[in-house]
Design a protein around this ligand. Structure first.
Ligand code: AHZ
Length: 308
């Protein structure tokens, strides 16, 4: 099936290739008998509940001590997750996403237009994960942004060392002294997003916590939830200055974001548009190579921390 998604071929050839390969594959497709004799295997409701909750609580238990927590499952966070999960299968990586649906702003290219523009050389990452595109010279175009988002998500979430906790918001950071007595970010404080949004209605709905050696934050630019970790770090006096995102300039912004991707405080690596709030980088609008390469750079920075 991998061959169907070879992305280095021109699109017209892909059509012929896909047709041929499907004809061959069709012989091995399973058949589905959905006639009157059809019945599902029997199940008891409690079995369904236990199948879900047992795994969820086992995961909460397992990831309460994580190597890396990624905050935000947008294009930058998912790319970082995939990169870390494939390069370091020994690391335990939890992704915390405030929305029910992971993917952030990358389900559409821009406004309500479907296609996603990716400037070169970020096309190399599309080839790695197997996303087909049209080559337009200086840039490539994926026919629907959801094709990128669903592919990188599937590649990351199918890795055994990654768990996504969605509908869960990071609502604070854990800061602790390390063995040498130096302060560092040591994890995150989480809550169900619906609880985080409604603290005013019910007093003291206490949160949950995840300890981690490193937090990789990719919560996007400022908004109801966005830029969360840098804003909280600033409020706590850990980051001296916030820059405020500047007006749009695609050429400047993508380079600035990738080059600026770094550990902004011990234990906190920042990636994607969240960086624009710390560095005052320009907005970039609907072009996504910068997010992919910032995710990769953030993952590389995170791995440097593990090698220190
Ligand atoms: O729900 C948020 C989104 O999915 C999630 N998030 C934010 N705060 C959170 C919190 N806890 C858990 N406190 C949280 N999750 O973070 C995700 C951010 O995804 P995004 O797509 O907004 O950010 P990105 O940096 O990956 O991509 C930015 C895409 C943009 S915006 C833009 C512009 O306006 O110029 N250009 C691009 C490419």
């Amino acid at each position: 099936v991998q061959n169907l998604f070879k992305s280095d071929l021109p699109v017209e050839k892909d059509v012929a290739l896909v047709k041929n390969e499907y004809n061959t594959l069709a012989k091995s497709f399973p058949t589905y008998q959905l006639d009157d004799a059809f019945n599902f295997s029997p199940i008891r409701e409690s079995t369904v509940s236990r199948a879900m909750t047992r795994r969820y609580f086992a995961d909460l238990d397992k990831y309460a001590e994580s190597d890396i927590v990624i905050v935000g499952a947008g294009s930058a966070g998912l790319t970082a997750a995939y990169y870390l999960g494939t390069r370091r299968p020994d690391l335990k990586i939890a992704i915390i996403e405030a929305s029910v649906a992971p993917g952030g702003g990358a389900w559409l290219g821009g406004q309500l237009f479907s296609a996603m523009v990716v400037r070169k050389p970020a096309d190399a990452f599309l080839r790695e994960i197997g996303v087909p595109y049209e080559d337009e010279g200086e840039y490539v175009v994926i026919k629907h942004a959801a094709l990128f988002t669903s592919t990188v998500m599937a590649r990351a979430l199918s890795l055994p060392n990654i768990k996504l906790f969605n509908a869960t918001a990071v609502e604070d950071l854990i800061v602790k002294a390390d063995q040498d007595g130096n302060q560092r970010i040591a994890g995150v404080v989480t809550n169900w997003t619906l609880v985080s949004l409604n603290h005013g209605l019910q007093s003291c709905m206490d949160p949950n916590t995840i300890n981690a050696h490193l937090v990789l934050s990719a919560t996007g630019h400022d908004g109801p939830f966005g830029a969360f970790c840098v804003k909280r770090a600033h409020q706590a006096g850990l980051v001296p200055h916030l820059g405020d995102m500047r007006p749009l300039d695609m050429n400047r912004s993508e380079n600035l974001i990738v080059k600026g991707t770094r550990e902004v405080y011990p234990g906190l690596v920042v990636s994607g548009m969240e960086l624009s709030e710390i560095d005052g980088a320009n907005r970039m609008g609907p072009t996504f190579g910068g997010m992919m390469f910032s995710g990769i750079k953030a993952a590389q920075e995170a791995l440097n921390v593990f090698e220190e």
